[in-house]
Design a protein around this ligand. Structure first.
Ligand SMILES: NC(=O)c1ccc[n+]([C@@H]2O[C@H](COP(=O)([O-])OP(=O)(O)OC[C@H]3O[C@@H](n4cnc5c(N)ncnc54)[C@H](OP(=O)(O)O)[C@@H]3O)[C@@H](O)[C@H]2O)c1
Length: 312
């Protein structure tokens, strides 16, 4: 009796794990071997792509990828000079129009009326909600400046939420569109010493999954991307320094490798880690009970906390 019960529970758990972790790989493989021509991103979603935090790191990589696919690109970030350089680089390289809007999402509610006006003339096909900030290094909650806590909430949670609210009516009128929400592998487990960052990413994952279902009947797609460590200015503190390599620094993925896979998944799957190697890490994490995951993250970040407390 008990043996049968355990066999059934075991079989169901394995089947559910396989479905959850292999479904996307199978869909992507089918696309790779498809003989019929697929619509371009412009035909499928519309001419313009808006990318928040598009002047650096992962956002800049999306901007290059989408411009290479023929989309016109509109970048949003704080630094006008940096935005202008990236826009010029993209236009020269791919021959597509590239504009930018200056906005500081950390200022919260007050910036959105103007941003909404600036976005209104554009026929937006793809919105990449990429902008995100993190504490410079792992840190105890009570040591964090209150301004940093508001930044984390306004930038990581506020920007994506408000921008979806702004662009969805236009996408619904056009009966097309793709929203890409950049979450993080940190969303899969509470993360001590990066607790607010991880919680903001858990918000994005939950928000994005729900939005995917809500928008489906209107022909609009919503993709959730949950990367692991990618080498950008956000993770520079983990990068190997001369003569020192840690297990984490060895695992930092180059942003070009990340976007090659993440870009390929656009319009094909609704959830992804972006890169296959991060997909494997998440599949392993999902085999473990949540309490054990929390213990692993606690250990990892306790080590990082003590490493950076000693070095500063
Ligand atoms: N790197 C990773 O390992 C990793 C892993 C998982 C998830 N992610 C997520 O991926 C996204 C991109 O991360 P990244 O590593 O590419 O970051 P990044 O290299 O630090 O780039 C951040 C971008 O956001 C802009 N930005 C920062 N604060 C802003 C603000 N207040 N208002 C407007 N724009 C602002 C920056 O430009 P300005 O400074 O000029 O404004 C820059 O363009 C984030 O959501 C992050 O949480 C990253």
């Amino acid at each position: 009796m008990f043996a049968t019960l355990f066999t059934v529970i075991g079989a169901l758990s394995v089947a559910s794990w396989l479905y959850e972790n292999l479904r996307n790989s199978v869909v992507l493989l089918i696309h790779r071997f498809k003989v019929s021509r697929e619509d371009s991103l412009v035909q499928k979603y519309g001419p313009w792509a808006v990318i928040t935090g598009g002047s650096d790191g992962i956002g800049k990589a999306y901007a290059h990828y989408l411009a290479q696919k023929g989309m016109k690109v509109l970048l949003v970030a704080r630094n006008a000079a940096k935005l202008s350089n990236v826009a010029q680089e993209i236009t020269e390289k791919y021959g597509v129009e590239c504009r930018f809007a200056v906005a500081d999402f950390s200022k919260g509610e007050q910036i959105f009326p103007q941003l909404e006006q600036e976005l209104a003339p554009f026929d937006i096909g793809i919105l990449v909600n990429n902008v995100g900030v993190i504490s410079e290094k792992p840190i105890l909650l009570e040591r964090m400046e209150k301004s940093l806590l508001w930044n984390l909430i306004n930038v990581n949670v506020g920007a994506a939420t408000l921008l979806c609210n702004i662009v969805i009516p236009q996408m619904k009128r056009n009966k097309r569109g793709l929203i890409v929400n950049i979450s993080s592998m940190a969303a899969f487990s509470p993360t001590p010493y990066l607790n607010v960052y991880a919680a903001t990413k858990a918000y994005i994952t939950s928000f994005s999954h729900a939005l995917h279902e809500e928008l489906k009947p209107y022909g609009i797609e919503c993709q959730t991307v949950s990367p692991g460590f990618v080498h950008t200015s956000m993770t520079e503190y983990l990068a190997p320094t001369e003569g020192s390599q840690t297990p984490l620094s060895r695992r930092l993925l180059k942003v070009n490798d990340f976007i090659r896979y993440a870009g390929y998944t656009l319009g094909k799957v609704s959830t992804t880690c972006g890169h296959w190697s991060h997909g494997i890490q998440v599949a392993i994490l999902k085999m473990l009970p949540e309490t054990l995951r929390l213990r692993i993250f606690t250990r990892l970040y306790t080590e990082l906390l003590s490493e950076f407390s000693n070095s500063s």
